[in-house]
Design a protein around this ligand. Structure first.
Ligand code: ATP
Length: 256
C-alpha cells in the first residue's frame, strides 16, 4: 500500500505538552494479559492511531484510560496529573471523552436531546451556556453533519450518522482528548472525508485524539503517528507510512 502523508499536527512537536501518558500499564483477565507494561503518550494537537490485530488489547487500553477498567499496575497521567484513582465521571469532567465501536445512543430521545444530555452541567460551563446551550448543540450538529436529523430519533438514522452522533456526543463537553473506537467502520468514502476534516479542524483548535481503526488508508489521511500493539505490548511506533513496512508489523497483521 502507498500512502500520502497528509498529517499536519501543530508545528514544532518538541514544544508540545503531553496530554495523556501511560507508564507501564498492565491488565490481566484471568490467564490473559490483555495489556502488558504499555508505555505511550499523546501530545497536544496530535492525532494518534492505535492499531493492531484483533484481540491486541486496543479496546482494553481505552477502557483503562476512561477508568471503566482499572489497570493491575502502572500509571495513567492526564495533563500532568496522575488519574489512577479517578472514577470515570471525573475523567470525563477533566476533559477525556470516548466514542464506542457500537454506537450507544439514547433511543428514547431525539438527536438534539442526545447531544444536550451529553453536556455535563458543571458550574463554569453552565454559566457560559445560559442561552448558549441550544447554540452549542446546533453548532456541534452542524460540524458533525447532523443538522437534518436533530428532531429525529436514533432508530431513524443510517449507521454513518449514528457514528457521527457518537462523535457529536463526545464533542459536547469540549474535551482535551477524545478516544475514538472504530472511527470509520460502516462509513462511506464521503462520510470518512467529512469526519477526517472535522478531526483536523478540532486538532487545530487544540484537541488530541487516539483513534482505533482497521482502515489504514483512512487513518493515513489524518494521523500524525501510530502505535502498533500486539498481544498487549507495543510492537512499533512512528509514522504509519514507515511502520507498515516493518516485517514484525506485517507478520502480526498477517498472522491474524
Ligand atoms: P478488536 O480489534 O477485536 O476489538 P482489541 O485489540 O480491542 O480487539 P481487546 O478487546 O482489548 O482487543 O481484547 C484484548 C484481549 O483481552 C483479548 O484476548 C480479549 O479476549 C481479552 N478481553 C478483553 N476484555 C475482556 C474481559 N472483560 N474479560 C475477559 N477477557 C477480556
Amino acid at each position: 500500500m502507498k500512502f500520502k502523508d497528509f498529517s499536519e499536527g501543530g508545528g514544532n512537536r518538541k514544544d508540545m505538552a503531553k496530554v495523556i501518558e501511560t507508564r507501564g500499564i498492565s491488565k490481566r483477565f484471568g490467564g490473559i494479559t490483555a495489556v502488558n507494561s504499555l508505555d505511550f503518550h499523546v501530545e497536544e494537537k496530535e492525532i494518534v492511531g492505535l492499531i493492531g490485530p484483533n484481540g491486541a488489547g486496543k479496546t482494553t487500553v481505552f477502557n483503562l484510560i476512561m477508568g471503566v477498567l482499572r489497570q493491575d499496575s502502572g500509571d495513567i497521567i492526564f495533563n500532568g496529573t496522575n488519574i489512577n484513582n479517578y472514577p470515570t465521571h471525573k475523567r470525563v469532567k477533566i476533559g477525556i471523552a470516548r466514542t464506542y465501536q457500537i454506537p450507544k445512543p439514547l433511543k428514547e430521545w431525539t438527536i438534539f436531546e442526545n447531544i444536550r444530555i451529553s453536556m455535563i452541567p458543571d458550574g463554569i460551563k453552565s454559566i457560559r451556556r445560559i442561552g448558549g446551550r441550544e447554540e452549542d448543540i446546533r453548532r456541534i450538529a452542524k460540524e458533525t453533519g447532523l443538522t437534518e436529523y436533530l428532531e429525529k430519533y436514533p432508530d431513524e438514522l443510517p449507521i454513518g450518522a449514528l457514528r457521527r452522533l457518537e462523535l457529536a456526543r463526545a464533542l459536547a463537553n469540549d474535551p482535551k482528548l477524545i478516544l475514538i473506537d472504530e472511527a470509520f467502520a460502516g462509513m462511506t468514502k464521503e462520510e470518512i472525508d467529512v469526519i477526517s476534516e472535522l478531526l483536523k479542524k478540532k486538532r487545530k483548535e487544540g484537541m488530541s485524539f487516539i483513534i482505533i481503526d482497521h482502515n489504514l488508508e483512512a487513518l493515513a489521511n489524518i494521523v500524525d503517528r501510530v502505535i502498533v500493539i500486539h498481544l498487549g505490548r507495543k510492537l512499533a511506533e512512528g509514522k504509519l507510512q514507515e511502520i507498515i513496512k516493518k516485517e514484525d508489523v506485517k507478520k502480526a497483521y498477517l498472522g491474524e
